[in-house]
Write a protein that binds this ligand. Structure first.
Ligand code: MG
Length: 364
């Protein structure tokens, strides 16, 4: 019986992790849950799974076993697996501490790897870090028992606006953007899929998880979302991971690693698989991030910028087109921002700085 803590249990990945666990209660016991503010759902989850301790950043209540920080939660509970599924960078300490204590960490939190990948990877040697992001889970699975790698390729569905005429993109509404053709995910990541900012973050994630330079991480458009990623080996052979677009599969793999549990049946017959080059004109933010990737700490900065801008778009304050313009303006300011503060900056500092710079641009 593995004891599991889920950070971000009320979000999309958190609730799907609980679905996987509820079908495998003889293998797993939930011993800790955390959320940002959705205390009602958190309490319902605690009751359903009999969880004594939790963390709610906005509404802590020690008498009821609800801590204010995830670090307190992991310090109070005996566990084997930490599922890191909260957004932002607040769970960095909990993730690093868990790894240093030899725990298995199933990582679904993109910002942590984008902003503080080196830090997380340095700690990962003591524990085990298993990616939950579907593309990275695919690569991780393809790499089992392999070492002669040439490159890795992440697939990309193109997001909700992939068929919208380019001249209409700037007026796309929140509703348009949230209609992802293949995946059911949280709102922020669904917007990032439409702009392909998500794929730029995933390139950074892959560089960090698999220790590869940017040139060895490729992206192809694959509208069926059945191949999630593939590895090209030195002899030119390709190994790909194929499964339906369902996050419960990579979650179950990460929880059970190195074993597999019974899951959905899937048949490839009658399916068509297509692969094409990304259309840079449709996804300018993808190119923008990759072009600036060699600048020190740029990933942290852009992760902070994107978080604020996407939130502003989701609230209806700016249009899809304005979202692109603001991100472009923030990126143009990066060299100056970095130079004037270089000595005192850490990855998390640059993430905060990205948030601050763009809040000024948005006057919030
Ligand atoms: Mg992904």
């Amino acid at each position: 019986m593995k004891r599991v803590i889920i950070l971000g249990s009320t979000g999309s990945i958190g609730t799907q992790t609980l679905n996987v666990i509820s079908r495998n209660l003889s293998n797993f016991k939930v011993v800790g849950l955390s959320c940002n503010s959705n205390i009602e759902l958190l309490n319902a989850q605690r009751e359903k799974y009999g969880v004594e301790f939790a963390c709610c950043k906005c509404l802590p209540d020690k008498d009821k076993g609800i801590f204010a920080t995830e670090s307190e939660l992991i310090g109070a509970v005996k566990y084997d697996i930490l599922v890191a599924a909260s957004g932002g960078v607040d769970s960095l300490d909990a993730v690093v501490t868990s790894l240093l204590n030899g725990k298995a960490v199933c990582i679904a939190n993109k910002e942590l790897l984008v902003c503080a990948g080196e830090h997380v990877m340095a700690a990962s040697h003591k524990g085990r870090l298993i990616p939950v992001d579907s593309e990275h889970s695919a690569i991780y699975q393809c790499l089992q028992g392999e070492s002669e790698i040439d490159s890795v390729t992440l697939t990309c569905s193109g997001g909700a606006l992939r068929n919208m005429p380019i001249e209409k993109l700037s007026d796309a509404t929140v509703e348009d953007v949230l209609k992802h053709p293949n995946w059911v995910m949280g709102k922020k990541i669904t917007v990032d899929c439409a702009t392909m900012m998500n794929k730029a973050f995933e390139v950074i994630e892959a560089m960090c998880l698999f220790g590869l330079p940017k040139e060895k991480v490729h992206v192809v458009m694959h509208k069926e979302s059945l191949v999630h990623g593939y590895v090209t080996f030195k002899d030119g052979s390709i190994k790909a991971l194929i499964s339906p677009p369902n996050m419960e599969l990579p979650i179950a793999y990460a929880l059970n690693y190195p074993n597999r549990i019974e899951n959905i049946n899937f048949d490839l017959s009658g399916k068509t698989l297509t692969f094409t080059e990304p259309d840079i004109e449709r996804y300018p933010l993808f190119k923008l991030v990759l072009d600036n990737l060699d600048k020190p700490l740029f990933p942290s900065f852009i992760a902070g910028v994107d978080e604020i801008v996407v939130d502003h778009f989701l609230k209806g304050f700016i249009s899809y087109g304005e979202m692109h313009k603001i991100i472009n303006r923030a990126v143009l300011m990066y060299d100056k921002v970095y130079e004037s503060n270089a000595n005192s900056y850490s990855p998390i500092g640059l993430y905060e700085c990205g948030r601050k710079v763009v809040k000024k641009l948005l006057r919030i």
